[in-house]
Design a protein around this ligand. Structure first.
Ligand code: FEO
Length: 170
């Protein structure tokens, strides 16, 4: 495990706490929703749309304010790290977003179709979570130490403030 960094320059842990909170809420909701009931499904999809937007925003904020900065810094030092380039290319978020979009007509479908849709949605969300949790762990354990290595304390302090502000966590 990477050594713990001071809270004021830790750019990942606070946003990830929020992401993990959302993961837990929706993991539970997915199990509780009665997919036979069109109104329940519509309500879930409306909530989920906002939450998926929050996941997507998290990814964009990291790309723009952390990963691009880190890539540029490493490039200046002539260091290539493929993990940084690919870190948001293999998550399953797009699959869940796509399913939620197609689910908006669910009220007009038969009960069997709604149940089938629910199973697909549960599976897609599970796949996303199975990928997302270790991904966040990697960011905390691999990318945070790289930031500490290639940025100075004051730069990271400002970066953390920007990241929290962009996530609306301050
Ligand atoms: Fe912090 Fe890339 O999820």
């Amino acid at each position: 495990m990477a050594p713990r960094v001071p809270d004021e320059i830790d750019v990942f842990t606070a946003p990830h706490s929020r992401m993990k909170e959302l993961v837990n809420i929706y993991t539970e909701k997915m199990q509780c929703v009665d997919f036979r009931d069109g109104s329940e499904v519509i309500s879930l999809l409306q909530d989920l749309t906002n939450t998926l937007y929050e996941f997507k925003s998290h990814e964009s904020i990291e790309n723009i304010f952390i990963m691009d900065q880190l890539k540029n810094r490493l490039k200046q030092r002539k260091i290539i790290n493929a993990a940084i380039c690919d870190c948001h290319n293999d998550n399953r978020l797009a699959d869940v977003v796509q399913l939620v979009r197609t689910g908006t007509q669910v009220r007009e479908r038969s009960i069997g179709e709604r149940v089938s849709f629910g199973l697909k949605l549960q599976q897609a969300f599970e796949d996303f979570v199975r990928n997302f949790l270790p991904h966040m762990e990697e960011e905390e354990q691999v990318f945070q130490p790289l930031l500490v290595e290639y940025f100075d304390y004051d730069e990271l302090k400002i970066l953390k403030e920007v990241v929290l502000k962009e996530h609306e966590l301050v």
